[in-house]
Design a protein. Structure first.
Length: 570
């Protein structure tokens, strides 16, 4: 840096400037305007402004030199490292920590702590459970041990984690509503559209107990399960959840959680979007009052006979231009392969008036046929190579295409069971290829309703993230309160991850983000600072740019790391 003296007709001004290089080109940058000589003479009370400015620039150069001074560290090839000394730390959690504190979870923990008498820091435990669930998903014991990988060391014991789980379970409703209210301050929430779905999580046990009951497992496992109901807002951010016994009918879980949202979240007008399995008449009627509405998928196969005939009729289909009608049996498939045709009508069943919207897509038809053809090939392979593998199958299993007979084509009793492909079933299923239906009480345009329903995949992705990336199952806890607390931490982790994902502009996959955070390790040079041992990528650049701090310099000095830690906990 150097001093620049700029003279004009009326005054002389002093500036601190420096030379910088951008893309190999030299530029002069103004660092600071010191003021005019006349103004400085008044402030400096007789001291020469030019001499003062030169000294000031020299001090700035000295400070800059200290900040950029190369760090030289000596290592000996014959000296062993200290036993049990930790040198490597994870810095990826710092990005999660900033969102954690943006959501004011520390304040929530402090509010909860005032109502109980315990000798541990609930915020420290909850935060480590969440960072660990995203970066090092594992058991509570392993999470406690792995939390020592973070730059900020844990200040609690293992037994205190289990005590904290009891408190978290008792306060899960308060945590959910507070999280929602706090999230409004950092991100707009699209609560006009709510998506609801259920899934279940299995345990590595055989006995039923409490919430753990035998039920229909999503993974088809013969283990006791618990069921989770989840509401997600229109932008893919989780809103509220509940944990129910594993043998609970999914349809009865929606209304209680929705009533909780109505009472605790100060949200009253919204559209609830569900799949067909959750769309009981009672649930539809519940969302047909008070400014609420519903959109739910509808199986074309399960429609009443006259409605099924109308839905599958090839005439009277529309695109965006409602005035033009199409016969979908005479379409140029190449020309219309990316188009979605629709027809709609109002129906009244069980005292409920609703609009039935049926869509038809050539692309969806081709997709369904591709899946079916692959299943048929698998069925043929099993018949030819391993018929003993055939057992009872569900409605979507490839084995459904295999039919068994005990008679020959001449009608004689066969010595062995005869296996073949059920061509009649294939013809029956092909009739429905390309068709998709929803029911709603909204009067909106069919294209908008279809667009709302199309985003329902995001709630399924939420469950996939919790099960795959966050390894929320199998569950190794046995007490009901600790099970609820476990899923509360998974729920909070999912919110924080989703907010992180959106800050990154949804440019990266969940696997890429989690892997990046896990690999963002730093090597501590004692007394000096932290050296990154991870590979700098576009993702790490985006993280640093968006969150406003850097760990990707060749070394981050200790004082600078303290500033980063303070910044992430504002």
């Amino acid at each position: 840096m150097r001093l620049k003296i700029s003279k004009s007709k009326n005054s002389t001004s002093l500036y601190v400037i420096k030379t910088i290089y951008v893309d190999g080109k030299e530029y002069t940058k103004t660092v600071e305007k010191l003021g005019t000589v006349a103004d400085l003479e008044k402030k400096l009370k007789g001291q020469d402004p030019i001499e003062w400015a030169k000294q000031y620039v020299a001090e700035l150069n000295e400070k800059e030199k200290e900040a950029t001074l190369d760090v030289v560290v000596k290592y000996s090839p014959i000296k062993k490292i200290n036993k049990d000394e930790q040198n490597s730390y994870n810095a990826g959690y710092l990005f999660l920590q900033q969102i954690y504190h943006d959501l004011k979870l520390r304040k929530i923990c402090n509010e909860i702590s005032r109502n109980y008498k315990f000798g541990f820091y609930l915020n420290s435990i909850l935060s480590r459970l969440i960072y660990g669930r995203i970066i090092y998903p594992s058991s509570k014991l392993a999470t406690y041990q792995l939390s020592k990988n973070f730059i900020e060391q844990p200040n609690f014991d293992l037994h205190q984690i289990y005590r904290a789980l009891e408190i978290i379970a008792k306060e899960t409703d308060y945590i959910q509503s507070s999280l929602y209210n706090n999230s409004l301050k950092i991100s707009k929430r699209n609560t006009g559209i709510l998506y609801y779905d259920c899934t279940n999580y299995f345990f590595e046990i055989e006995q039923e107990d409490g919430l753990k009951k035998y039920g229909v497992s999503k993974e088809h496992r013969p283990n006791p399960i618990v069921q989770m109901g989840l509401f997600m807002d229109g932008d893919g951010i989780p809103l509220a959840f509940s944990i129910n016994k594993g043998n609970t009918n999914e349809q009865v879980t929606l209304t209680p959680l929705e009533e909780q949202i109505l009472s605790d979240f100060n949200v009253s007008k919204f559209v609830v979007c569900t799949d067909a399995g959750l769309a009981s008449t009672d649930n539809r009627k519940f969302n047909n009052i008070g400014g609420r509405a519903f959109i739910t998928t509808q199986s074309v196969k399960k429609l009443k006979k006259h409605l099924k005939k109308w839905a599958l009729d090839t005439n009277d289909w529309h695109l965006s231009d409602k005035n033009k009608v199409y016969d979908i049996s005479n379409l140029d498939e190449e020309k219309y392969k990316d188009k979605i045709f629709y027809k709609e009508r109002w129906i009244k069943e069980d005292g409920l008036e609703q609009k039935l919207i049926v869509t038809y897509s050539i692309k969806y038809k081709n997709y369904q046929r591709l899946i079916r053809n692959n299943q048929i090939e698998r069925a043929k392979k099993v018949i030819n190579t391993n018929p003993t593998k055939l057992k009872k199958c569900n409605s979507n299993d490839y084995k459904r295409f295999i039919t068994k007979t005990h008679c020959t084509s001449e009608g004689e009793i066969a010595e062995k069971e005869l296996l073949s492909i059920d061509t009649n079933l294939i013809v029956e299923e092909e009739v429905f290829d390309g068709f998709y239906a929803v029911c709603t009480n909204l009067e909106d345009d069919a294209s908008r309703i279809a667009e709302i329903n199309r985003r329902r995949w995001e709630i399924e992705e939420c469950f996939r993230i919790m099960k795959s990336e966050f390894k929320a199952r199998p569950v190794y806890l046995s007490r009901d309160d600790r099970i609820i607390a476990h899923f509360t931490t998974c729920f909070i982790s999912l919110i924080i991850y989703r907010l992180l994902e959106k800050r990154l502009g949804e440019k990266y996959t969940c696997h890429e983000i989690v892997k990046c955070l896990k690999n963002m390790n730093l090597y501590e040079v004692k007394g000096e600072g932290y050296v990154p041992t991870y590979t700098r990528t576009d993702l790490t650049d985006d993280l640093h740019e968006i969150f406003g701090f850097h760990t990707d310099y060749q070394i981050t000095k200790i004082k600078d790391m303290k500033k980063i830690l303070k910044l992430t906990k504002k």
